[in-house]
Design a protein around this ligand. Structure first.
Ligand code: ADP
Ligand code: MG
Length: 494
C-alpha cells in the first residue's frame, strides 16, 4: 500500500529549503495522490480501513523512535562530530581472513582484535549510510518502507556504538551472540523494504529513477560488505572454539569450494519445481544442457552463487514456458548453459530460445522500472506470503511487535527469526536473499536482473543480456576468481 506522502508537510523544524521543497511537492502531487486504499483490500470496506489510513496522514510515522521532530534533525552532533569524520577501512579478502597480521595462525589475540575491528567498523559504515539516507529528500526517507530501513540502521548504529570494548574471549562470546541477534531480528527485513521503497518512490515520482538505482545499489553493496565482515568474525570465533588453529580465506568457512555443475543442477531443479507449481505437475519441461568446462570447481560464497544462478536460470525457464504455451509447440525449447573459465574469471552463458526480452534494455536493469512495471512489482511484493511489512517500532523499544496486531499488514515474518534453524555453512544469515529467490513464479518482482547485477559486480564480475527478438536470449554471468583477486580491496564497496 502506498503510504500517503502528506506526512512531510507542516509543523516540521526543517531547513527552509527543505520545507519549501516539501511543501511544493505536497501541493503538486502528494495530496492529490492519496492512494485508493480499497484497491489493496477489496474485501474490506473503507470504514474498516479508515483507522489505518489516518496515521498515514501524520507528518511523521507514529511511534517512530528515530524519524520524528526531536531525533531526525538533531542527531547531527553525535553522527557528524564523532562518526562521519572516520572513514571506513577498505579491506581485502585476505586481510579479512588474516586480520592484519601476516600469519594465518588463529590466536586468542586475533579473535579479540577482530571483534573490536568489527564493532568499530560497523559503527562507522552504518553511520555513513545513515548520513546518505539523511541526504535524500525527506519525502523519500519518510516513505513507509525507507522509514523502516532508516529506523533499523539507526537502531544498529546505536546498539554497536554503545557496545563495550571487547577485552576477553568471554566478551567476544557475548559479542558473537549479539551479532547473531542483529543479523536475525527485524533488520533482516531491510532488503525487501529497500526495494519496495524504491518502487513506491518511482510510482510517486519522489526521486529520479537513475539516482534511486544508484542509492539502492550502493546500499546493497554496503550491506554485502557489512555482512561479510560480521560473518567472517563469527566464523573465526566458532573455528577458534572448535580447536582450529589456522584461518585462511579457504579454511575459514564463508567461501567454499562450489561445483558449477552441482549448483546449476540445483538451480534447474528449483526452476522445474516453480514451473510445476505454476502450471501442473506433468507439464513438459525444457531439456537442460550443460557444456563447456563442466567439471569446474571454484571458491565462492555458496549463497550468492545459488542466488545468481537461480535468478538468471529462472528467467529463461519462465520465458521458455511462456513461449511453449503461446506458440503451442510440441515441447519447450531447450536451455543450455555453457561454462567457461580462465585464471581471472568464471563465465556462465545461459542460452534460451524463448523469443528474446520484451522490454526496453534500460528498464530491465532498474529497480524502479517504468511506473507501470513498478506498480505490478509492488503489488506482487504485497502478495508474497509471509512478508511482514510492518514490524519494528515497538520491538525496537524492547516491547513486543504490537503494532502489527492493529495494522492491516498482519503477516508473519519473511523468514524464521531464529538463526538456529538455518542450514549451517551454506546459508548463514542471508535468508532474506533466499526468501526472494524462493518466491513462487506467480509473484514476478521484476528486480532479479537489477539485483544480480549488483551482486555480480560486487564480485568483480558482471551481468549482461543479449536478446535476439523473435529468437532467444543469452544471459552472461561473469564472476571474478576470488582466489586470484584476494588482495584487491574487496570490501571497499562500503
Ligand atoms: N531469458 C529471458 N527471455 C525473455 N525475457 C526475459 C528473459 N530474462 C528476463 N526477461 C524479461 O525481463 C523481465 C525482468 O526480469 P527480472 O529482472 O529477472 O524480473 P522478473 O523475472 O521478476 O520479472 C522479465 O519479467 C522478463 O519479461
Ligand atoms: Mg527474474
Amino acid at each position: 500500500m502506498y503510504r500517503v506522502q502528506r506526512r512531510a508537510t507542516s509543523k516540521l523544524k526543517i531547513s527552509s529549503a527543505c520545507r519549501r521543497k516539501s511543501q511544493s511537492q505536497s501541493k503538486s502531487s502528494h495530496i492529490s495522490q492519496i492512494p485508493e486504499f480499497s484497491k489493496y483490500s477489496p474485501t474490506k470496506s473503507i470504514s474498516e480501513l479508515a483507522p489505518y489510513v489516518s496515521p498515514t496522514l501524520c507528518a511523521y510515522p507514529l511511534r517512530s523512535k528515530y524519524v520524528n521532530q526531536q531525533h531526525y534533525y538533531q542527531n547531527q552532533n553525535i553522527l557528524e562530530k564523532h562518526y562521519l569524520t572516520k572513514k571506513p577501512h577498505p579491506v581485502s579478502l585476505s586481510q579479512l581472513a588474516q586480520y592484519f597480521d601476516d600469519s594465518t595462525a588463529l590466536t586468542k589475540q586475533k579473535i579479540v582484535n577482530s571483534g573490536n575491528f568489527v564493532k568499530q567498523e560497523l559503527v562507522t559504515r552504518i553511520a555513513h549510510k545513515i548520513h546518505m539516507l539523511q541526504m535524500l529528500p525527506f519525502d523519500v526517507v519518510n516513505n513507509f518502507h525507507f522509514c523502516q530501513v532508516y529506523e533499523s540502521y539507526y537502531n544498529i548504529f546505536e546498539r554497536f556504538r554503545r557496545y563495550p570494548a571487547i577485552r576477553t574471549l568471554e566478551d567476544n562470546e557475548k559479542f558473537a551472540e549479539f551479532l547473531h541477534t542483529i543479523l536475525s531480528d527485524f533488520n533482516s527485513l531491510n532488503l525487501p523494504h529497500l526495494i519496495m521503497g524504491a518502487l513506491e518512490c518511482r510510482i510517486l515520482d519522489l526521486y529520479p529513477p537513475e539516482k534511486m538505482d544508484q542509492v539502492i545499489s550502493s546500499l546493497l553493496r554496503a550491506r554485502i560488505s557489512r555482512r561479510l565482515i560480521v560473518e567472517e568474525h563469527l566464523s573465526i570465533t566458532s573455528n577458534y572454539h572448535s580447536g582450529k588453529k589456522e584461518n585462511t580465506l579457504v579454511l575459514g568457512d564463508i567461501f567454499q569450494e562450489c561445483s558449477a555443475k552441482e549448483f546449476l543442477l540445483g538451480a534447474k531443479n528449483m526452476c522445474e519445481r516453480f514451473i510445476q507449481d505454476m502450471y501442473f505437475q506433468g507439464i513438459k519441461l525444457p531439456t537442460f544442457n550443460i557444456d563447456g568446462n563442466t567439471d569446474l570447481k571454484f571458491y565462492f560464497l555458496p549463497l550468492h552463487l545459488k542466488y545468481l544462478l537461480g535468478e538468471v536460470l529462472r528467467n529463461s525457464y519462465e520465458a521458455t514456458m511462456l513461449e511453449y504455451i503461446r506458440l503451442g509447440l510440441q515441447e519447450p525449447e531447450p536451455i543450455t548453459v555453457t561454462i567457461v573459465s580462465n585464471e581471472r574469471s568464471f563465465i556462465f552463458r545461459i542460452s534460451d530460445r524463448a523469443g528474446g526480452i520484451p522490454h526496453d534494455e534500460k528498464t530491465i536493469w532498474s529497480f524502479g522500472k517504468s511506473k507501470e512495471l513498478a506498480r505490478q512489482s509492488l503489488s506482487n511484493f504485497h502478495k508474497l506470503p509471509g512478508l511482514q511489512t510492518v514490524s519494528l517500532y515497538d520491538s525496537v523499544n524492547g516491547r513486543g511487535p504490537t503494532r502489527s496486531v492493529d495494522h492491516p499488514y498482519k503477516y508473519t515474518s519473511l523468514e524464521p527469526i531464529n538463526a538456529s534453524n538455518l542450514p549451517s555453512g551454506l546459508h548463514k544469515f542471508e535468508k532474506p536473499l533466499l526468501g526472494l529467490l524462493e518466491r513462487s513464479s506467480r509473484y514476478k518482482l521484476g528486480i532479479g536482473l537489477a539485483m544480480c547485477k549488483v551482486y555480480a559486480e560486487y564480485w568483480n564480475g558482471n551481468l549482461t543480456v543479449h536478446s535476439i527478438p523473435g529468437y532467444g536470449t543469452d544471459t552472461i554471468l561473469k564472476l571474478g576468481n576470488l582466489m586470484y583477486h584476494t588482495d584487491r580491496l574487496q570490501l571497499d564497496k562500503v
